[in-house]
Design a protein around this ligand. Structure first.
Ligand code: PLP
Length: 396
């Protein structure tokens, strides 16, 4: 058995988040560590030339702390294999490099994280001739109609960023299987606690571990989880060749963050539900988008394919870009910042920040307005968060 396999599949989520990968090392001379040590060695010695004595040769290829994290990541997504990368974008780049060649075609959700679109358009399309179709993947017919003989990948983000549109992973995975096309899901927004795309039939899961998995806004990282050994070997080969690895210290931070993922996600969701209900009733808000609201167009699908609704809310303020700017600048606890998934509440205006690299006309085409505000609801006390929103609205 390949030792990267997720071998703890019978444990409940909360238990594997804490125990998988944490080998106390009771061997002779071992310390019985409660926490996996940070192995800083870039290279590992061997007693004889033929084989690496401890199974490790060079840290770009495999490192004990990163390997512990990879085991934990695999277990969370119910996957056989996982790899940890230097960032979410490093994971995405390595994935495309490992599986695609010039002339291949990707069908992608038209509402993706701006950085993913930038990578696809400016690097893989402009420089490597990867062909792209951005479509609304909620429409399954449109997916079927966009497939060509060059289509190798369908790229999903659900809920999408920042409009929180939800697509049907199981139905799209079925289309992928029928046409022999790989289905990739960026599961960053839900985290493995609320959604497991491999269980729904997807082939590959991508994460920016920078977000909920690490959860403390102090480390940039990425992950890929798969079940197919051949796929895993191709991606692992490319990771080692390209070198897009997570450092031992950052691997330790993500290992630590994951231990509280379940309790954090529950609280993120609890707070997000209360804030979305508050916003829904507010006279200065014209639209609230949260998958846990019955008014969300894909509420039924969200209920079916996710085990919770997450901590992300987007809303349109009854004003223009300037009004949105004034509102967020008045908040005390919501830090104006890109990123999401940290314990602290973060707020941003996609048109000016995360999605500024997308042309205004393209933003408008997918319904991303200038007055849209995206909130990553943190796990502070809900009363403080509501009071802060109220004071920012009251001076409006
Ligand atoms: N995917 C999603 C959904 C994201 O929100 C982000 C970053 O914001 C990324 C991928 C990229 O991850 P990273 O910033 O870790 O490179």
């Amino acid at each position: 058995m390949d030792e990267r396999k997720g071998i703890f599949l019978t444990m409940k989520f909360e238990t594997s988040a804490i125990h998988v990968g944490e080998d106390p090392n009771f061997k002779e001379g071992g310390a019985g560590d409660a926490v996996i040590p940070i192995h800083l060695s870039s290279t590992f010695g061997r007693k004889n030339v033929d084989v690496p004595t401890g199974g490790y040769e060079y840290s770009r290829t495999k490192n004990p702390t990163r390997f512990a994290l990879e085991k934990k990541l695999a277990s969370l997504e119910n996957a056989q294999y996982a790899l940890a990368f230097a960032s979410g974008m490093a994971a995405e780049s390595t994935l495309l490099i490992s599986l695609l060649k010039s002339g291949d075609h990707i069908i992608a959700f038209d509402d993706l994280y701006g950085g993913t679109k930038r990578l696809f358009n400016r690097v893989f399309h402009e420089r490597m001739n990867i062909l792209l179709s951005y479509i609304d993947v909620r429409n399954l017919k449109e997916i079927e109609n966009s497939i060509t003989k060059e289509t190798k990948m369908i790229w999903l983000e659900t809920p999408s960023n920042p409009l929180l549109k939800i697509c049907d992973i199981a139905a799209i995975a079925e289309i992928g299987r029928k046409h022999n096309i790989l289905v990739v899901v960026d599961n960053t927004f839900m985290s493995p606690y609320f959604q497991n795309p491999l269980n729904l039939g997807a082939d590959i899961v991508v994460h920016s571990t920078t977000k909920y998995l690490n959860g403390h806004s102090d480390c940039v990282g990425g992950g890929i989880m798969v079940n197919d050994k051949e796929l895993f070997n191709k991606i692992r080969f490319a990771q080692n060749a390209v070198g897009a690895i997570l450092s031992p210290f950052d691997s330790y931070l993500v290992l630590r963050g994951i231990k509280t993922l379940a309790v954090r996600m529950k609280r993120h969701e609890e707070n997000a539900l209360k804030i979305s209900e508050y916003l829904l009733k507010h006279k200065n808000v014209s639209k609230v988008i949260y998958p846990g609201l019955k008014s969300h167009p894909e509420y039924k699908l969200a209920e079916k394919q996710m085990s919770g609704f997450g901590g992300m809310i987007s809303f349109e303020i009854n004003s223009d870009l300037n009004g949105a700017k004034q509102f967020v600048e008045r908040l005390k606890y919501f830090l104006i910042a890109e990123s999401l998934g940290g314990v602290e509440s973060l707020i941003e205006i996609p048109a000016m920040m995360t999605h500024a690299s997308i042309l205004k006309k393209d933003r408008e085409l997918i319904g991303l307005k200038d007055n849209l505000i995206r909130v990553s609801v943190g796990i502070e006390h809900i009363d403080d968060l509501l009071e802060d929103l109220e004071q920012a609205f009251s001076t409006f």
